[in-house]
Design a protein around this ligand. Structure first.
Ligand SMILES: CSC[C@H]1O[C@H](OP(=O)(O)O)[C@H](O)[C@@H]1O
Length: 353
């Protein structure tokens, strides 16, 4: 059984939230310390921390920091609750696509509304945020287990973006499946899509796999189809930011393209996501808000010190796309795998819960 490292992108100290600055990886491992909710909000917006589950966990701690800031400032519970609602809304406005953000904030709002004593609420909020963090890691290990069961003894897995420990509270979702398969002694090689423009694959997934000693090749996004046509890829496993009721899935830009290529080449295409990434309030992927990010992410290299397009170039920079459920072989969750996801199989899956 291979020992897997315990990479964590965040640490709660009881008074502050330490965040591994993912903008600096893979060359520098630097941490920033947030003692205010505004610092947490900015860290999410600036992608110091990113990844659907990680964003939810970090936002939950942002509520705790905000509540602590209000203690001593709010004259009573009514004022405290009103001001904390503003803080929750600030955190909710950071990034629109990953539904885990809103799922986590809903859990925190329940705690706020259930209390009446300020200090009790602050304590309960901290307990809830810690629970959200711990549950996420346990959830990811279960996703890993169910996903690894799908794999044969030797696989060459194509990944997109970063879906590892850095995108969660630890262990990862799609990359968690890779970790679990390796732990089970399966022979896994990963083809890592660099994932332009933010390069989460080249900078983050490659870094995680290197830390783990898991064999991988870094490829540019445009190489994926060619390697599929050569028969070098045995399956594709990606993450998710929001899964609609019919199984349409929003994920990092470029995922839809991979799903079409995988279908063309008869390669299994799996999504790995916790049930907290499902948004059953929307019928299909057309309703999922797609974040448009700063054009500079396309116009410049990651360090922003070299421009790669002419001045005046017009840019489109959607951070996500939507993969139709028909292109998805299965969705791997912590409660099992939804094979051939569609409204019927997904509703049935959640009704069994
Ligand atoms: C564990 S899935 C993480 C998911 O989030 C990433 O987006 P971003 O890096 O912009 O937060 C990407 O879509 C991953 O699949």
């Amino acid at each position: 059984m291979k020992r897997i490292k315990d990479i964590r992108p965040l640490k709660w100290t009881g008074k502050s939230l330490l965040l591994l600055d993912q903008r600096k990886l893979p060359l520098k491992e630097e941490w920033i310390e947030c003692t205010t909710y505004e610092c947490v909000a900015k860290a999410i917006e600036d992608m110091v921390v990113r990844g659907a589950p990680a964003i939810g966990v970090v936002a939950a701690y942002g509520v705790v920091l905000g509540a602590k800031e209000l203690t001593g400032e709010a004259k009573n519970y009514v004022e405290f609750k009103a001001k904390l609602e503003v803080i929750v809304n600030r955190l909710a406005a950071t990034r629109p696509t990953a539904v885990n953000l809103f799922w986590a904030l809903r859990r925190m709002k329940k705690i706020i509304n259930a209390g009446s004593d300020i200090s009790d609420i602050v304590q309960a909020l901290e307990t809830e945020a810690i629970s959200i963090e711990r549950q996420d890691v346990e959830t990811n290990r279960k996703i890993g287990y169910f996903g690894a069961e799908l794999l044969s003894s030797r696989e060459v897995i194509l990944t997109h973006c970063n879906t590892g420990a850095l995108a969660t509270a630890g262990y990862g979702t799609a990359l968690g499946v890779v970790r679990a398969a390796v732990e089970l002694g399966k022979e896994i090689t990963v083809f890592v899509d660099e994932t332009r423009p933010y390069l989460q694959g080249a900078r983050l997934t490659a870094w995680e796999l290197q830390q783990e000693g898991i064999p991988y090749y870094l490829i540019t996004d445009s190489m994926a189809g060619w390697f599929m046509s050569l028969g070098e890829i045995t399956c594709v496993i990606v993450g998710a930011d929001r899964v609609a009721r019919n199984g349409d899935t929003a994920n990092k830009i470029g995922t839809y393209t991979l799903s079409v290529l995988a279908k063309e080449h008869g390669i299994p295409f799996y999504v790995a996501a916790p049930t907290s990434t499902f948004d059953l309030s929307i019928d299909s992927g057309v309703e999922i808000p797609i974040e448009e990010r700063n054009p500079d992410e396309v116009l410049y290299c990651h360090c922003r010190d070299c421009r790669i397009a002419p001045y005046g170039a017009k840019v489109k920079n959607p951070a996500f796309d939507v993969t139709p459920h028909e292109n998805i072989t299965g969705i791997i969750t912590e409660k099992g795998v939804i094979v051939s996801p569609n409204e019927e199989t997904i509703v049935e899956f959640f009704e069994k819960e």
